[in-house]
Design a protein around this ligand. Structure first.
Ligand SMILES: C[S@@+](CC[C@H](N)C(=O)[O-])C[C@H]1O[C@@H](n2cnc3c(N)ncnc32)[C@H](O)[C@@H]1O
Length: 343
């Protein structure tokens, strides 16, 4: 059994009861953020009554709520004074980490989508579209706040992946990289920082593109990265040495993933190469809870899926790419280097 599930104690119905009630934590964290408790408690211990007055809530209910926050470890109580714990600090507004935004994302988008999991299991289609009436990425474009939250959370996780890629892959001789669906630029930005002679383009839909420009400026690499707005289902800009496709294909069904790959194949010069970065489903044996949860999240959110290396290689072959090298970049995550074939 996965370590995630071992956190739930007991047997039979006791364990099921704990699993069933885990949504209460999402709601409690959401309310703590909504009331700005992590900011208000930052470095200043306060009594319950004074806190209740500041955040303007019913004192008795609030007292009980504070016990809940102590239980999940966001705050601690000592001599009737409440303080923020290290865990709680990650939810402060001034924290650059994505956890606070991610908490809001889970509540606003995750919960309503997962409530219709049955729809996805019966139809194989994303319940997100069933609930929100449009595709996940169209919704993000229209709801800029949620879109930013999602892009920001992707950005922060990919900045870490960039270090692993830089450590494992030799970029010598590469002049320009086209990052297709590059999000806010977390990955390409870090690669540009660690490889000062490389230039890049970042190809994205409108919202992520405008955020990417700002982000790339903020880390001082905007002069080496042109941000282009476009739709990778229509076409992909042509003629670059390296095409980077990171955590894009997992958002899509095989048919849609093939369309993206074929557009890259049409754009890539014969000397070019494609670097495909994705988390992997193992061919056999236990899957990590991370991959299983992400795979189900893809099902309900976008209609995509996590894949095995063989499945990625098959897609690459079908799009006339030859996968040459598979480079482990983190546990459970690889980069496949592939070359265009068949010209
Ligand atoms: C899961 S994110 C991956 C972002 C980044 N590559 C990374 O590894 O963090 C997928 C990206 O694809 C972009 N995207 C979705 N549909 C697109 C389209 N039709 N054309 C261009 N980009 C698109 C989204 O805006 C999003 O930033």
């Amino acid at each position: 059994m996965d370590a995630d599930m071992q956190n739930y104690q007991g047997n039979g119905s006791t364990k099921i009861q704990q699993i069933l009630s885990s949504y209460i934590y999402t709601e409690m964290i959401y309310v703590a953020i909504e009331l700005r408790l992590p900011d208000i408690l930052d470095d200043v211990p306060r009594k319950a009554a004074s806190l209740a007055e500041i955040v303007d809530v019913e004192p008795q209910a609030f007292n009980r709520f504070l016990q809940g926050l102590v239980m999940i470890g966001l705050i601690a109580e000592d001599d009737e004074q409440y303080t923020l714990t290290e865990v709680g600090k990650s939810l402060r507004t001034r924290e650059s980490g994505s956890i606070r935004d991610l908490a809001l994302f889970h509540r606003e988008v995750g919960i309503p989508t997962w409530r219709e999991l049955l729809y996805s299991i019966k139809t194989g289609k994303p319940s997100f579209e069933h609930v929100f009436g449009r595709s996940f990425f169209d919704y993000l474009e229209e709801h800029r706040l949620v879109g930013r939250t999602f892009n920001l959370s992707m950005n922060e996780s990919t900045a870490i992946i960039a270090d692993a890629i830089s450590a494992e892959y030799d970029f010598t001789g590469i002049k320009i990289i086209a990052d297709i669906g590059g999000g806010q630029g977390g990955l390409i930005g870090s690669l540009l920082k660690s490889h000062p002679s490389i230039e890049a383009i970042l190809f994205e839909s409108a919202l992520a593109a405008s955020d990417a420009e700002e982000y790339l400026r903020s880390i001082g690499v905007a002069d080496r990265c042109v941000v282009m707005v476009g739709d990778f289902f229509d076409r992909v800009p042509g003629g670059y040495d390296v095409y980077l496709l990171s955590h894009v294909l997992h958002d899509w069904s095989d048919d849609s993933a093939l369309r993206i790959l074929r557009n890259i194949r049409n754009a890539i010069p014969s000397h070019g190469k494609l670097l495909l970065v994705e988390a992997l489903v193992q061919d056999s044996g236990d899957q990590s809870s991370f991959v299983i949860k992400r795979d189900l999240s893809m099902l309900v959110l976008t209609g995509g899926r996590e894949r095995t290396e063989k499945e990625y290689n098959r897609l690459l072959n079908d799009a006339r790419f030859s996968p040459r090298k598979s480079i482990p970049i983190q546990p459970g995550r690889i980069m496949i280097e592939a070359f265009p074939i068949g010209d």
